[in-house]
Design a protein around this ligand. Structure first.
Ligand code: FAD
Length: 68
């Protein structure tokens, strides 16, 4: 539920993972960055979405929770 704008404003990311901030700044326009989330960008399954490539580079791991 974390929006792109929240990623961009995060001091923790600025310190530990500034690449994520730089990528979030490149996504679309202010309206999309204000509403779009990192989770939605990845889960949406659009191969053109930018977070997917960075997640591969970072060797990201995900915890998937299925509703009961
Ligand atoms: C005009 C426009 C331009 C865009 N340009 C870019 C771009 O340049 N680069 C880019 O990378 N993306 C771009 N996008 C995609 C955008 O950044 C959003 O990621 C995308 O629209 C999904 O929206 P959302 O994050 O609100 O997710 P939602 O629409 O809320 O969710 C999308 C799907 O993912 C599921 N989902 C959401 N969050 C989670 C979660 N945490 N766990 C599991 N499933 C989840 C939802 O159930 C749904 O099926 C663009 C979108 C638009 C409309």
């Amino acid at each position: 539920m974390t929006t792109e704008d929240e990623l961009i404003a995060s001091d923790i990311l600025r310190l530990h993972c500034p690449m994520l901030i730089e990528l979030a700044k490149l996504i679309a326009d202010p309206q999309v960055r204000n509403k779009g989330t990192i989770g939605g960008d990845i889960a949406h399954g659009d191969p053109g979405n930018d977070h997917l490539g960075l997640m591969l580079v970072l060797n990201a791991q995900f915890v998937i929770n299925f509703p009961p």
